[in-house]
Design a protein around this ligand. Structure first.
Ligand code: COA
Length: 180
């Protein structure tokens, strides 16, 4: 049985709980988005995914989403479906849009998408040093379920551990449907 969601793009997404009166669109990432996405990625991560990483994600059939408004890119996300769960591989808000509620709203939409597709949980990895992301995930109910030693590249040729976080997904549509 397929648990992949079936969403006909583009989807209008109004997220008044996140940014008042903001109208967003969320749609599947396409090959034509890769340059802009990889450029933004290089702005916001010291160890960014390459354009090849994003391209490989599309080729692998992962769900990759672009969040935008009429002015352009707000953020993007990549998630991988595994039986009964979704693993969030990338969640990023454009540098110019951070700390305005978009990250939380995107995460909630992604949890909703996971729920609509039948996932029972969403998991992800995060750097222990990434305080903004850790605070966001903690406030959304994520709990640590493991640690991957020396998972991420770091400065001076060192490695940084990854914390593995998980949040249960309620059956159906915990977030987002009412906003679409
Ligand atoms: C982490 C990230 C996704 C958060 O998105 P955002 O749109 O900036 O965050 P929001 O405005 O939605 O804020 C949500 C919560 O995140 C936390 N947060 C966001 N920015 C923060 C900061 N600079 N310092 C501390 N906490 C922060 C807060 O808990 C905040 O809740 P609050 O506003 O009630 O205090 C975004 O900053 C980002 O893309 N960072 C770079 C890429 C990255 O690290 N991605 C996650 C990889 S696991």
């Amino acid at each position: 049985m397929s648990i992949r969601p079936s969403v006909d793009p583009p989807v209008r997404w109004n997220a008044p709980h996140a940014v008042s009166a903001a109208a967003w669109r969320v749609r599947p990432m396409q090959v034509g988005d890769l340059v802009a996405v990889a450029l933004e990625e290089s702005r916001i991560y010291p160890f960014p995914w390459t354009i090849g990483n994003f391209s490989d994600s599309l080729k692998a059939g992962y769900d990759a989403w672009v969040f935008e408004d009429d002015a352009g890119l707000i953020g993007y996300a990549v998630m991988m479906w595994i039986p009964d769960e979704v693993h969030l591989l990338n969640l990023s808000v454009a540098a110019t849009h951070q700390q305005r509620g978009f990250g939380r709203a995107m995460l909630r939409w992604l949890c909703g998408e996971a729920g609509r597709g039948g996932a029972k949980a969403l998991t992800l990895e995060v750097r222990p040093s990434n305080d903004p992301a850790r605070q966001l995930y903690a406030s959304e109910g994520f709990a640590q379920i493991g640690i991957r030693k020396r998972y991420y590249p770091s400065f001076n040729r060192t490695r940084e551990d990854a914390l593995v976080l998980r949040v249960p997904i309620e059956p159906g549509d915990p977030y987002g449907e009412a906003d679409r």
